[in-house]
Write a new protein. Sequence first.
Length: 479
Amino acid sequence: MSSPKIWTHKGTFLLAAVGSAVGLGNLWRFPYLTGENGGGAFILVYALTIALVGIPILIAETLLGRASRKSPIMGMQYLTESHNTSRNWRAIGWMGAFAAFIILSFYSVIAGWAIHYTGLMFSGSLVGADAATIGESFGDLLASPGLLLTYHTLFILASGLIVGMGIHKGIENGLRFMMPALFVILLIVLGYGVVAGDVGAAMSFLFTFNLADLSLEGWLQAMGQSFFTLSLGMGAIMAYGAYMSSEASLTRTAISIAFVDTAIALLAGIAIFSLVFGSGLEAGQGPGLMFVTLPIAFAELPAGWLIGGVFFILVIGAAITSSISLVEPVAAYLVERFGLSRPIAVTLMITFCWLLGLLTVFSFNYWSEGTITHDWFGRSPFDVLEFITNILMPLGGLLIALFAGWALSREEVLREMSTNDTWFQCWQFLVRFVAPTAVAFVFLRTMPQIDGYLIPAVGSVLLIGAFTAGRTFIQQRQS
Ligand code: PFF
């Protein structure tokens, strides 16, 4: 047997996991959700979830990857066999792969919007434009399937190219160049925001904690966002963990990932809201915050076109370092299981995701509101995909927490974690009890949105999940 593939340096896993974590979730979703949910209180809940649920699951997911040294699907097969647990836990690997397809399919389309805006900014075509014109230009982009498809294709090809070159030449080299560059760009945009915008207003919006501002929906959205931003529950971290050096500390690495990811979301938030408030605009614009509100601010600021262009390059780069972590788990599986060459495995994965991405592309034009095809169980195809993600990520996280917390032996966990007893017990308590309870809350958020045909579908998934967990538990008790 060939020796397992390992990242070149002890710290590369940290770099790769931060690359996966920092993406559209930090730069696009976090600011707009914070804006919609009243600022500080949202951030408080988000940070608490990251600390109490995110970090323990991050440790668990990395541990599963490193303990198996295989792709998530094969890794779960190996772990269930070597630990004599129920085969049903393999669902973790399969669900993760399924989620990777779905997320990449729409992630790529949205990242494509940033390509369009980079062009718009650098060409200067938005300089001095008024709010109505900028709003219309976003509408025009969404109305054009041709444009959306072109950007979607470019983005997914770039992601595939990097993963196709292998974990050392492609992923590692790419990350080593892109991550520092992205960080420098973020600092430039932040500096600009502080000078040209209203940083005082941004700080008080982000750091005034008034829990009464937060609705139940806001609480649950904050928790859902903490899963998305840490790339949890779907095998991306497990796949990268498989290449992690045995010497690196799981706990310290997981805390560092969560810290850097949160810091970057906050820095992006400060930059974006400084510019938005400085131009007298509103925070609660929803998903259009980055693609309409922010360009309106850039349009009237000095050298706004230049910094705006640089900012959208940051968005594209951060999205690529995340999307490659969505391609890797499936590509690695195809290589391991069917002996395909890496380029062929990657081509298969991205071709399928590209096709699935058509659903998102057409959701904004041919199948937009008012057309018959718009209505898929009461929502647009894009909304359905996002909705499935909202279910799969917490569910995956829950299963990972339960598997690592209950099914793996204490010795196995301690061997990987090599930590002291107090910390181990603290981690175990969090993955056994706190994380599952928190995930139940995230589901609460999703449930009221369920209507029509989705009830039976989601009900069955939950029933199967509950049945599987129950059976597994009983089997373990018996053995
Ligand atoms: N964490 C990424 C972001 O915040 O944009 C999104 C993501 C990447 C989710 C990879 C899941 C994943 F496996």
